[in-house]
Design a protein around this ligand. Structure first.
Ligand code: ME8
Length: 518
């Protein structure tokens, strides 16, 4: 039976232009989606934009544009980012679409019918920048004596009638769920954070506002709009056809993985499963939080002027180098710091040198000395067998790592094999065998070609374009670019196209002065 796999990114706020942080979560989700496709699963990969709320309304206002025109424009820019980063989403949802209004309305009514929503009055601290409410005890004192949200965002005291969700009733069932499903939240540090938050006790959640208009109207009470986070979370089931549970796509629920940034873990691992359980729907299977990127040690911000534009990087270094860097530089789940210097170093050392040269050396010798045809496997020596065994283990090892979103470890495993291969080619010196033992030379090149095929196949999810080109050069047909095809050897004698370098080294224009901008 074909496995199904459902993965989502957060839907991004359209109050500003997309930056490297947004590209990061989307690229990581893309790698996981592509891995599962490579492994034969039927995948549904969802991303999109979160278009309601006061923050978006204010951004439109200050841009002097009607909110719908504003969100249309910024949403298109996020979509363009996903396409530019080669993110293979199956659907791009926008929360201003009619299908989403329908899903929100249906879920709201279902919760209301279940007695989970009531009308009350809200009085508390609201931070528009975070679109979040904070308790008195959560506020922190800024150096200038002003009390602000834990994120540093300004807060305002808000009193208004509001609908509430009975979150307080769900504490025990949430804790029981975390207990019964130890893998529900990752990485472990985030799981502990969520557990202690829920153990402290949950208050009912205010889920409507009356102070602004840009949102989904509360069914039956249009003076209220639905709290943007409630509306946003529903996107995950809207896209699968909710409320039509006979829809073709509904079989993709529950999601296998919601990938999110660490600052929004609470919404996904506490509120969202509570809404779903209260509606009698199954919660997602796992929520994993990635860490935060800073730029040269500082939080990326427009005012500092250090916002990194992923599309500019992709244009300069190639999209695959940027994808590789993002996932290799930082253990996935931890925080990282972006620097151009680090990106160039990984590109030149690991991509151009370790992997690119290995492929180029192997394939150019096949082209020159084997008549451009894939050689036969010769009698396998101990050295050959050791290398081949490591390469053949890659799919299994990586499969175990992707289950815990250890994307950096996946790359480390592959590079271990690449480094062993570089040692092998130096030791075996096929260029010298050319004169002394041509059949052995051919056998060595065949071992290397087979190892490169394994490597390029398991790296396809990370660098789809460049690894696709490498597989072209290795003569691997399109329909054999799957993990399941790796067991079948390519036929000896297969004519290979002339080899071409895949990762050109990057030389800084400023290199003459020894200056790197940052
Ligand atoms: O929170 N480093 O949207 P958002 C790493 N609309 N990841 C980063 C990042 C950085 N510096 N900056 C952003 C929202 N991200 C809500 C989500 S979901 C139902 C609603 C990534 O536009 C990270 O995944 O603020 C983070 O959670 C997300 O972008 C926040 O995007």
């Amino acid at each position: 039976m074909t496995q199904r796999y459902t993965i989502t990114t957060p839907i991004y706020y359209v109050n500003g232009a997309p930056h490297l942080g947004h590209a990061y979560t989307s690229v990581a989700a893309d790698v996981i989606a592509r891995w599962h496709r490579l492994d034969g699963a039927e995948v549904f990969f969802l991303t999109g934009t979160d278009e309601h709320g006061q923050k978006v309304e204010q951004a439109a206002l200050s841009a002097g544009v009607d909110p719908q025109a504003f969100v249309d424009r910024v949403s298109a820019d996020f979509r363009d980012l996903a396409v530019a980063m080669n993110v293979s989403f199956d659907d791009f949802i926008r929360t201003t679409e009619p299908r989403h209004l329908r899903a929100c309305e249906a879920l709201w009514r279902r919760l209301e019918a279940a007695g989970q929503i009531y009308l009350g009055a809200y009085a508390g601290w609201y931070a528009t920048r975070d679109e979040s409410f904070y308790g008195e005890d959560e506020l922190v004192l800024r150096a200038d004596g002003v009390r602000v949200a834990p994120s540093g965002a300004p807060v305002e005291w808000v009193t208004e009638p509001s609908y509430f969700f009975r979150l307080s009733e769900w504490q025990d069932r949430l804790l029981a769920h975390y207990e019964a499903h130890p893998d529900f939240i990752g990485p472990p540090g985030r799981r502990n954070e969520v557990l202690s938050f829920v153990r402290q006790g949950l208050r009912d959640l205010s889920i409507s506002r009356t102070s602004f208009r840009w949102g989904v109207p509360v069914p039956g009470d249009p003076d209220h709009v639905i709290y943007v986070w409630w509306d946003a979370l529903v996107n995950y089931i809207t896209a699968l056809g909710y409320p039509d549970e006979t829809a073709e796509l509904w079989r993709f629920w529950p999601a296998d993985l919601h990938l999110v940034g660490k600052e929004i873990i609470r919404f996904h691992a506490v509120f969202w499963p509570a809404f779903l359980m209260a509606a009698g729907l199954p919660p997602p299977l796992r929520v994993f939080a990635n860490g935060w990127w800073t730029a040269d040690g500082e939080k990326m911000s427009k005012s500092i002027g250090n916002v990194v534009d992923p599309r500019a990087l992709a244009a300069e270094f190639g999209v695959d180098a940027v994808r590789y860097f993002l996932l290799r530089e930082v253990p996935f789940g931890g925080d990282g710091d972006f620097s151009r210097r680090a990106l160039i170093s990984r590109l030149n050392v690991e991509l151009a040198n370790d992997l690119g040269n290995l492929a180029q050396r192997t394939l150019s010798q096949v082209a020159r000395n084997c008549d451009g045809r894939l050689p036969h496997r010769g009698p396998v020596t101990e050295d050959d067998a050791a290398l081949l065994a490591q390469a053949e283990l890659l799919p299994e090892r990586l499969r175990a790592l992707v289950e815990r979103q250890a994307l950096h470890e996946m790359l480390e495993e592959v590079w271990r094999v690449i480094r062993v291969s570089n040692g092998y080619i130096d030791r075996q010196a096929p260029w010298a065998l050319k004169k002394t033992d041509p059949p052995r030379m051919a056998a060595v090149l065949r071992v290397l070609a087979d190892v490169l095929r394994q490597v390029a196949t398991v790296l396809l999810p990370f660098m789809p374009d460049s690894m696709g080109r490498m597989l072209d050069q290795l003569g691997v047909p399109e329909d054999a670019r799957r993990l399941a095809s790796l067991a079948a050897p390519l036929p000896a004698g297969l004519p290979l196209p002339p080899p071409q370098g895949i990762f050109p080294r990057h030389v800084e224009p400023a290199a003459t002065s020894g200056q790197v901008p940052w």
